[in-house]
Design a protein around this ligand. Structure first.
Ligand code: ADP
Ligand code: MG
Length: 236
């Protein structure tokens, strides 16, 4: 069973380099694990949106991404699918530490991402947690080191990094900066910079933003390495 899984992971990874985004019509055209494909199908997600079609292949290859796409374009799955696949391919389990960190500007957005992850990721053997404040800090502290995927708001995450000795992200594989422009608009620039400086540099980073302002470019310079630019424009 384990040997089969190793072989199928190798098959998936070997297919990453030959992904042709222009030929992708359905999620099945991407080399994705059966667990992810089953979760997507049960949620009724069959055909990738444009930002998903253009970015998922690059993200699967492990590249850093600077993605620009408007609200409602499907950015959540554009990062959740690569997060799930990366941890699956590294055979992450609940016994492992924090493998992915998703930073989003508001509690409401964090909840939405968490709900989508719970549904689409339900066949995966990884745990997810919300770190968004408004809850007992001690409760969050104890739970945090049991999470493989943390979805958080910037202020609360930095508070844990500063105050919580149990919080350990030295094995972080993927950092997602969702709605980066809104994080900066809400005054989180210094907080985001401190968070990024506290994270292990050897990681993949996916940064998504609806707009590309100077402060977003500054954040991208600080957080991304040789990023691929993926920009999706509205069609008339
Ligand atoms: P964004 O983060 O870019 O604002 P979301 O990821 O929140 O967009 O997605 C917007 C809406 O589109 C959600 O209701 C989501 O369920 C839906 N959606 C996302 N991807 C797909 C897809 N591939 N097929 C159908 N619906 C999708
Ligand atoms: Mg979003």
């Amino acid at each position: 069973k384990l040997k089969d899984e190793v072989a199928s992971i190798q098959n998936l990874q070997q297919a990453y380099n030959s992904i042709d985004a222009s030929k992708v019509n359905s999620f099945k055209d991407f080399p994705l694990s059966d667990k992810t494909l089953k979760g997507l199908k049960e949620c009724g997600f069959m055909k990738p949106t444009e930002i998903q079609q253009e970015s998922i292949g690059l993200s699967l290859r492990g590249l850093d991404i600077l993605g620009a796409a408007k609200t409602g374009s499907g950015k959540t799955l554009a990062f959740l699918i690569p997060v799930l696949e990366a941890l699956y391919c590294k055979q992450w389990t609940r016994l492992d530490s924090v493998g992915a960190l998703i930073i989003t500007p508001t509690r409401e957005l964090a909840y939405q991402i968490f709900e989508t992850l719970r549904k689409v990721g339900r066949y995966h053997d990884v745990s997810a947690g919300l770190i968004i404040g408004g809850k007992d800090l001690h409760f969050e502290k104890k739970r945090m080191d049991q999470c493989n995927i943390i979805i958080c708001t910037p202020g609360r995450l930095l508070q844990h990094m500063d105050e919580n000795p149990l919080f350990n992200c030295s094995n972080l594989q993927i950092l997602v900066l969702d709605e980066a422009d809104r994080c900066l608009d809400l005054g989180f620039e210094a907080t985001m910079n401190s968070i990024i400086e506290n994270l292990p540099p050897k990681r993949q980073t996916l940064l998504f933003s609806a707009t590309q302002t100077k402060s977003v470019r500054d954040l991208a310079r600080l957080s991304l390495k040789d990023p691929m630019y993926v920009s999706v424009h509205e069609h008339a």
